[in-house]
Design a protein. Structure first.
Length: 817
């Protein structure tokens, strides 16, 4: 008898086996979707992993419900990639499936209530609730649970339905509900026989007494022009201001004809005329040659080029070479914001052969992109996307570009799989035989170390394109500014004067402050009370525009009271600086300047990023205030000044990577200044002007930063000198998470002795009413990661067997960052 092993979109630690008929086995392939019952009768969408004839051990295989696909939507080599993700990042294949597939592919059944034969029901014995439900079923062939809740005006309807089913009054079934609906657009035209001059005269005579119909026909000819092609029906109605009823009358008279066309929801408009030629300078040509040679030898290549050196032009050349061979290209960026500006630049070279893919798209848009990639549509030759684009079903992926490879946004923290997009891309490229280039002006210490040790190839562009000068960087000592009492709000005199001078020269300014909101702390001046989140161990951030205090971790918020909630004192003070406060101070200091914020609060909408970036490019904005969104690869031609409001917050974070990330962020945001002929200016405000990282930034000395970091990490045993797995424990009870993590740590020490650190509470020890403890395991490079993970998983199985620990969530972060 044939069987299939399937992946379910649930956090299950194994595959499940179902029986299939011989006919089903003949058409099924790995990567196809089927509907299967799981846990009672609920139906889930499962993905076929393998087909075989081995009955499962320990349980009887249930038959599948139905086959959902005619062909695989995931290929076998991609399933192998899923398996690597699950194994390396210590999660389940179900976790990977939920992240990889658009949600509309993972159908779940919905409970449907059906009537039984009416002659079997004695209405005199019905309760009021039962009568109402059966009465509704007389007018409907079936009802959903939500329908019953509305009819009875209560949520708890399941006991009523259960009793009715036991009494034989209703039947309950599970039905798969399709979530994806293709988009159909109506097009309209005048029939061909009426498109001649004589035909038009005939139509107008026929409509002599129907002025609105005549006007709609004339509007059609105005829109259609000389071509007389199909035009959008909705566009015709909108432009004419005439109702759809008039259009219907013309259809009924046989003057108009209509058709429906299936269209993609994502329709990236071609903004510019395509041009393919790029003139590379000597450094770019050398970097391209070095990159191609090393790619051909099978190496991962790290391309390091200073900001504005022209790395994108190298990527374009490599992409064009791949397209000429009939291959697909994946161009990865860390942030959705970068796709808005890059799409226009890449269209200059690849026209309509490029599609964007990221999590802000709707489930329908993601399904359409997935299907287009699956079918090798001409519009998906180049995919520009964030880390989720790695899972698209490429058939001929020839090149992966990971731009800004150092960026921590490539790491997914929640939910599982907690993978790193850059590292996963390297593995995917190897498994598919694709070339891969990692690019950055400030490579991660890990990637640069891979170059130093010979694991990665390397190419370099040391200077800016067209001999553009690197910006001048100035450090401003905030202690001196305060001592001399020449600071206004949070603006030092040099920064404020430079802003005024820049605006007077009709140039633009970017101000960077890596904290959103108005102020991270509100404190009572009398008792020192600071409002805290009810669900997390953090203070609430003050958002002035909303007039509320908000938690940035769980979303809890409350209105800012006039007085102190603890003592009633009317005097409250704000401490710390956020982007809102920077914007407010600019409004007071420079009332004529056009200021815009770019942070999470202003970019929640699907197209918010592109609207802000477009407005800044068009010079509708003078000063852009932002969090780290403004540091990442954006190319603005008229920005001459960049100001960092407080560099110290980047350097003093208690994390072994804080100096590396501080250097990267400061160099990246500095690189936004002076990207044309005029040299840009960067002003960094700090209380620590002698800090070694700031000295490295001042001289643009990446190698000094790298050498210092490698020395410290070797001394204190941090990556890349070793590897780290972080284990997180979460539970709503403080004592239980303490006891459980301590038990786990004792067991780990029996295996790994002094390489186990903790358990200890992290910086924020409670999030969303879950207490957190963590353990770090430091793993020497010569020790097998696979064996280490197997040992950890074995300990977890023993841990889960202890009843009081079973409810504790155990979360793994492989290659902890």
């Amino acid at each position: 008898m044939p069987y299939v092993d399937v992946i379910l979109p649930l956090a299950l630690d194994k595959l499940y086996t179902y029986s299939v008929t011989a006919d089903q086995a003949g058409i099924l392939q790995p990567g196809m979707r089927i509907a299967v019952p799981f846990k009672r009768s609920k139906l889930y969408t499962a993905l076929v992993h393998s087909i075989h004839e081995d009955a499962p051990q320990g349980y009887e295989a249930r038959p599948i419900d139905q086959v959902l696909d005619k062909a695989p939507i995931v290929f076998e080599d991609h399933l192998a990639f899923w398996q690597w993700i699950a194994s390396y990042y210590m999660c389940t294949l179900g976790d990977v499936m939920r992240t990889a597939l658009p949600g509309a592919f993972m159908l779940e059944s919905e409970t449907v209530i059906l009537p039984v034969a009416k002659d079997m029901v004695d209405e005199r014995e019905l309760t009021d609730n039962q009568f109402l439900i059966l009465e509704a079923l007389q007018n409907n062939s079936s009802l959903k649970v939500g329908d019953i809740q509305r009819i009875l005006e209560r949520k708890g309807v399941l006991p009523v339905l259960q009793s009715m089913m036991e009494e034989g009054l209703i039947e309950i079934q599970e039905k798969i509900q399709e979530r994806y609906r293709p988009k159909w657009v109506k097009y309209i035209r005048v029939l061909p026989e009426y498109q001649t001059d004589e035909g038009l005269v005939m139509v107008l005579e026929q409509l002599s007494r129907a002025e609105k119909q005549k006007a709609l026909v004339m509007q059609y000819f105005q829109l259609a022009g000389q071509v007389k092609e199909w035009i959008s029906s909705s566009e015709l109605i909108k432009s004419s201001g005439i109702s759809a009823a008039v259009r219907k009358a013309l259809l009924d008279k046989g003057i108009f004809e209509e058709k429906k066309v299936r269209e993609d929801r994502i329709n990236t408009e071609l903004q510019v005329q395509t041009r393919l030629d790029i003139d590379l300078n000597q450094q770019q040509s050398q970097a391209l040659s070095d990159t191609e040679d090393q790619l051909d030898s099978g190496k991962v290549v790290l391309l390091q080029g200073v900001t504005a050196s022209g790395k994108t032009e190298i990527y374009v050349k490599l992409t064009q070479k791949a397209l000429n061979k009939g291959e697909q290209v994946l161009y990865m960026v860390p942030e959705i914001a970068l796709t808005a500006q890059l799409i226009t630049r890449l269209q200059q070279h690849f026209g309509e052969a490029i599609t964007v893919y990221h999590s802000r798209y709707t489930v329908h848009e993601r399904v359409e992109t997935w299907n287009n990639v699956l079918q090798e549509s001409p519009k998906t030759k180049v995919i520009l996307g964030t880390r989720s684009a790695l899972f698209l079903p490429f058939r001929k992926l020839g090149l992966i570009i990971v731009d800004e490879e150092h960026d921590p946004s490539y790491k997914q923290f929640d939910p599982a799989p907690r993978y790193h997009g850059r590292d996963a891309a390297v593995v995917l490229a190897k498994s598919l035989g694709s070339h891969i280039v990692l690019g950055s002006a400030t490579p991660s210490v890990t990637s640069f170390n891979n170059h130093i040790t010979g694991k990665y190839g390397y190419a370099q562009i040391p200077d800016r394109y067209k001999e553009i000068l690197m910006p001048q960087i100035h450090l401003v000592d905030l202690k001196e500014q305060h001592r001399k009492k020449i600071i206004q709000g949070h603006f030092s005199r040099p920064l404020l004067e430079s802003i005024r001078e820049t605006l007077a020269n009709k140039e633009q300014v970017i101000l960077f402050q890596n904290r959103r909101g108005y102020s991270p702390i509100v404190e009572c001046t009398s008792c020192g009370h600071i409002p805290q989140c009810q669900n997390c161990d953090v203070s609430l951030t003050y958002h002035q525009y909303r007039g509320e205090l908000r938690c940035h971790y769980c979303g809890y918020h409350e209105t800012l009271e006039v007085g102190c909630a603890a003592c009633g004192n009317q005097s409250l003070d704000t401490k710390g600086l956020g982007t809102e406060q920077v914007e407010t101070e600019l409004g007071a200091l420079l009332p004529d300047a056009r200021v815009m914020r770019m942070d999470y609060d202003t970019t929640r909408g699907k197209h918010s990023y592109s609207k802000i970036i477009t407005a800044f490019e068009k010079r509708d904005i003078d000063i852009l205030v932002g969090t780290q969104m403004v540091t990442k690869g954006l190319d603005f031609r008229h920005v001459n000044l960049v100001g960092i409001m407080n560099a110290d917050t980047l350097l003093n974070f208690p994390d072994y990577r804080s100096h590396e990330r501080g250097y990267q962020l400061l160099m990246q945001v500095a690189g936004r200044a002076g990207r044309t002929k005029k040299q840009g200016q960067v002003i960094i405000q700090t209380y620590q002007p002698a800090h070694p990282v700031l000295k490295q930034v001042l001289h643009g000395d990446y190698k000094a930063m790298f050498d210092r970091q490698m020395k410290e990490r070797a001394q204190f045993r941090y990556p890349p000198a070793i590897r780290i797995i972080r284990i997180e424990f979460k539970h709503k009870e403080y004592q239980r998470v303490q006891e459980g993590s301590s038990w786990f740590a004792r067991s780990l020490r029996q295996e790994f002795s002094s390489n186990v650190l903790g358990p200890e509470s992290p910086l924020i020890s409670r999030l969303r009413n879950q207490y957190i403890n963590q353990i770090l395991i430091k793993i020497p490079l010569e020790v097998s990661m696979a064996q280490t993970k197997n040992s950890i998983k074995r300990i977890q199985r023993s841990f889960n067997a202890i009843s009081q620990y079973r409810s504790i969530r155990v979360i793994y972060h492989a290659d902890h960052i």
